[in-house]
Design a protein around this ligand. Structure first.
Ligand code: PMP
Length: 287
């Protein structure tokens, strides 16, 4: 396995960053999780757009141009020889001193890790996940704008801990007003009477690339999609519920807080969207 670290390709053992790196000291940095399907980097442009927007917003000087970054991604994937897998691209503020001041970190650090992905078993896509809502809240709007994919993932970690305690793989986080925001690392959708709903980003949802792909698919397939705030009640009484994310793709939910959703398995619209999504991943990408 070869890891890209600031222009070099190093082994896992040699992939080391400074203890003064502000990504480590403060979670000061940004990242992307990207899929490789069939040797292609899926939605490469969308991920790089989000990364460069995040960088601009937090005033992080990217050490690579957009096209250099794309080349680094392609080359790291090539060196690892994976046809299907997952890319973690991290840009941290870089090594500085112990103070917060980002001006003390003159050079951002870039690392790219390519790995095999362990995802949910195929059975989970048919039968759906069991999930719960958790007490961790997403405060919006705040400095951690959900559109910035920053390394500050403490909220998401707390959601994950609560999911673990409940024995489920993903959980639902609300925002401070009580509206549904997203999962620990997935966006959420519900379907009611044939209409598909997902929370707007201002409710605390990341502008997920898979979310955007599903919104586009809904338009193409003729499903009405509404980005509007909804509550847990709406989730409980939905006909279908599903999560979307780079790793999870489109995964149905069969139970939320002990309420059975629809028939207690992946519903027809969720199944249709998953099928169509799997169709586009095979053809769309940078290689
Ligand atoms: N929300 C959060 C908090 C995430 O970390 C992710 C994973 N990147 C998502 C949603 C899904 O976004 P995407 O489809 O871009 O992977």
């Amino acid at each position: 396995q070869w890891i890209y670290l600031d222009g070099n390709y190093v082994t896992k053992e040699d992939a080391k960053v400074s203890v003064y790196d502000h990504g480590f000291l403060y979670g000061d940095g940004i990242f992307e999780g990207i899929r490789i399907y069939n040797g292609n980097i899926f939605k490469c442009k969308e991920h790089l757009d989000r990364l460069y927007d995040s960088a601009k917003s937090i005033m992080l000087n990217m050490p690579l141009t957009y096209s250099e970054m794309q080349e680094a991604l392609v080359e790291t994937v090539r060196r690892n020889g994976l046809r299907d897998g997952y890319i973690r691209l991290v840009v941290s503020r870089g090594a500085g001193d112990l103070g917060l001041d980002p001006r003390r970190s003159p050079k951002a650090s870039v690392l790219i890790i390519v790995e095999q992905l362990s995802i949910y078993p195929e059975e989970a896509y048919r039968n759906g996940l069991k999930t719960v809502s958790v007490s961790t809240r997403r405060n919006v709007p705040d400095a951690l704008n959900p559109k910035i994919k920053s390394l500050n993932y403490l909220n998401n970690i707390l959601v994950k801990i609560q999911a673990n305690l409940a024995g489920v793989g993903e959980a639902i986080m609300l925002n401070s007003q009580g509206y549904v925001a997203e999962g620990s690392s997935d966006n959420i959708f519900i379907v009611k009477r044939g209409i598909v709903y997902t929370p707007p980003c201002y409710c605390g949802a990341l502008e997920g690339i898979t979310r955007a792909a599903i919104i586009a698919l809904c338009a193409k397939l003729g499903y009405t999609l509404k980005e509007e705030p909804f509550t847990l009640h709406d989730v409980y009484v939905a006909d279908e519920v599903f999560f979307t994310g780079t790793a999870a793709e489109v995964i149905a939910v069969r139970e939320v807080d002990a309420r059975i959703i629809g028939e207690g398995k992946a519903g027809p619209i969720t199944t249709h969207l998953l099928q169509e999504f799997r169709g586009i991943v095979e053809v769309d990408g940078v290689s």
